[in-house]
Design a protein around this ligand. Structure first.
Ligand SMILES: C=C(O[C@@H]1C=C(C(=O)O)C=C[C@H]1O)C(=O)O
Length: 101
């Protein structure tokens, strides 16, 4: 294993290059990647909580646990935007909110 694929002593991951300019650019780009990941995690959790709220509201009013036509719309939206990966992502999103089928 190359030495530059191990962790640095400060706990941050190595950049994977010994070129200082590239390493600096990578550290910079990674800051934005980390911001995006944190936003995605927060949005994921918010969506799951909202979905659970909808589910509870519907069940308490005598409605169904799921609305498959709505789920189909969401799957289609993600597939149109992101292709096959979008479908997989939407399936995970839906499961996070309403639990497994
Ligand atoms: C949240 C809802 O309930 C369920 C969960 C959905 C979701 O997580 O988006 C979509 C449809 C329903 O099966 C809803 O009907 O909007």
């Amino acid at each position: 294993m190359k030495a530059n694929v191990v962790e640095q002593t400060d706990g941050s991951a190595q950049t994977g290059t010994d070129a200082p300019d590239a390493a600096e650019r990578i550290v910079d780009l990674r800051k934005r990647i980390d911001e995006i990941d944190n936003a995605l995690i927060a949005l994921w959790q918010e969506r799951a909580a909202l979905s659970q709220q909808v589910g509870r509201t519907r069940l308490q009013s005598g409605g169904t646990r799921l609305v498959l036509s709505r789920e189909r719309e969401i799957l289609e939206r993600f597939r149109e935007a992101l292709g096959a990966d979008g479908t997989q992502l939407a399936l995970l999103l839906l499961r996070a909110g309403r639990g497994p089928l």
